[in-house]
Design a protein around this ligand. Structure first.
Ligand code: AHR
Length: 490
């Protein structure tokens, strides 16, 4: 009953590597402590940026990093974050706990981070409380090569050459924290801001409009109708949350909460379908990318931590959910050009948690690492028949899977078993090329809430997987309960 066919020479389009993007906001301990410790810190750092975090993120082939927010972006004034650090103003971070933002991590520090990570910056400009001139000046400061006052100010602050910026957000959640605007009003604001967000010495600025959240299809319709011609991307935010007013613990949950949270995550598929269908009406050639620049799980904060810091633990449940969501993005690779899990470090569904000089990798980190071979690979047509995972009166497919082929002709097949109780047996048929060798890795644990802690940092980590056998074009897999598996065939 559980079976799949993969057309190994097929081509269902490229899986844009930017689907594996990340997001770091000035929120809680994401930037400060998570990334920035300052040059004088005893934690090993390069120009103030943690070396351990950079090494871990480089291992994911992190393609892009969104900054400085989130809600913070529409209350951020870039001039606060340039020049000598001890002269930078101290501001109140009004969105995230009214803590003091000393602006020690600003434009130059962020661009240094991106260079250390070898990833593309994705900067979100301020529409909610900023001005058109402020946003266009930021671009000139960063990207103009000539002899202008702003470009010379950048030089005075230590950066001779302009930076190359491609991804440029024009506001964040402008229906909410970014100004509480109506779609019709924001569409006009967007048109004006986008006009002045110029290509100075950037070859191709990719302007991303602040998009809808969840099922706000009206927002998508208005933005596409009024402003599609001036955008390259439209953002979408969708979080997997049990209940907004009572999100529940990240670590203490029963099977009903395991089931419901995964169910919430799988809703990403119909949401993408619906937004894509609206976009198709105005942009049938799919020029405008749907940029899912905030997604992931949102639980209650860890007991005893500042509620405004959104610090949550991360278990096998988050990992399986991440795998299944990434598969959904693959399936929408014609429209979804980028996605950014929220957030990289110490906030929401993080890759990394830090405590002083200690750092741990979360189960979600390991999924991103196991899946990294899909980045920029060719998606292969995959037809899957899966048994249901049922709970009470409700059901969802137990298996989620995706396959791609890289430039060397290797095939990566990733699978998740969403059922926490039973292994599933699967037969695969590989149509096309001949494969003689296979390696496998698995991420699982003995409990639904298996996790890594500072005392036991390696409880959940990939292990080699011997539950698959390859005989000619036939693949047999026994996928253990609550697991994520990656198979590489050559
Ligand atoms: O990721 C946390 C917050 O969630 C972001 O700042 C905001 O854009 C969203 O509501």
């Amino acid at each position: 009953m559980n079976c799949f066919t993969i057309h190994t020479e097929g081509d269902a389009g490229t899986i844009n590597r930017h689907i594996y993007g990340h997001f770091a906001e000035h929120l809680g301990h994401c930037i400060y402590e998570g990334i920035w410790v300052g040059e004088d810190s005893s934690i090993p750092n390069t120009r103030g940026i943690r070396n351990d975090v950079v090494a871990a993120l480089r291992n994911l082939n992190i393609p892009n990093l969104r900054w400085p927010g989130g809600c913070f972006a529409d209350d951020y004034h870039w001039r606060d974050g340039i020049g000598p650090r001890d002269e930078r103003p101290r501001r109140v971070n009004t969105h995230w706990g009214n803590v003091i933002e000393n602006n020690h991590f600003g434009t130059h520090e962020f661009m240094d981070l991106c260079e250390q990570l070898d990833c593309e910056p994705y900067i979100c400009g301020n529409v909610g409380s900023g001005t058109v001139q402020e946003i266009r000046d930021w671009l000139e400061y960063m990207t103009f090569a000539g002899d202008s006052t702003l470009a010379n100010e950048r030089r005075k602050n230590g950066r001779e050459e302009p930076w190359n910026i491609t991804y440029w957000g024009i506001g964040n959640e402008n229906w909410g924290c970014g100004g509480n605007m109506r779609a019709e009003y924001y569409a006009d604001e967007y048109r004006q801001y986008a006009t002045y967000c110029r290509n100075f010495d950037n070859p191709n600025l990719y302007r991303i409009a602040g998009g809808p959240h969840d099922t706000d299809y009206h927002w998508t319709d208005v933005l596409m109708r009024e402003a599609a011609a001036r955008m390259q991307g439209l953002s979408l935010h969708y979080y997997s949350i049990l209940k907004w007013e009572n999100k529940g613990s990240a670590t203490q949950f029963d099977e009903s909460k395991w089931f419901t949270l995964l169910q919430r995550a799988l809703v990403m598929d119909p949401i993408l379908k619906q937004h894509s269908a609206i976009m198709d009406r105005y942009d049938p050639d799919k020029r405008v990318g749907l940029i899912v620049d905030e997604w992931g799980t949102w639980h209650d904060v860890e007991p005893g931590t500042n509620p405004a810091f959104l610090y949550q633990q991360n278990t096998l449940r988050d990992a399986v959910l991440a795998g299944a969501t990434l598969h959904i993005f693959h399936n929408h690779n014609d429209r979804v050009h980028m996605a950014n899990i929220a957030q990289t470090i110490n906030v929401l569904q993080a890759m990394i948690l830090t405590e002083g000089e200690k750092m741990i990798l979360t189960p979600t980190y390991h999924v991103f690492e196991m899946f990294k071979g899909h980045q920029n690979a060719t998606r292969l047509p995959l037809v899957l028949q899966s048994e249901d995972y049922t709970f009470g009166d409700e059901a969802m497919p137990a298996i989620s899977a995706s396959a791609s082929r890289n430039d060397q002709g290797e095939i990566l097949i990733t699978l998740c078993n969403l059922n926490p109780n039973h292994a599933v047996e699967l037969s695969g048929n590989l149509q096309g090329g001949e494969f003689t060798s296979m390696t496998g890795r698995i991420l699982t644990g003995d409990a639904m809430n298996a996790r890594n802690t500072f005392d036991a940092p390696e409880t959940v980590k990939p292990a080699s997987f011997d539950g698959a056998t390859l005989a000619g074009s036939d693949l047999k897999i026994v996928l253990p309960a609550k697991s994520v598996v990656a198979l590489t065939l050559s």
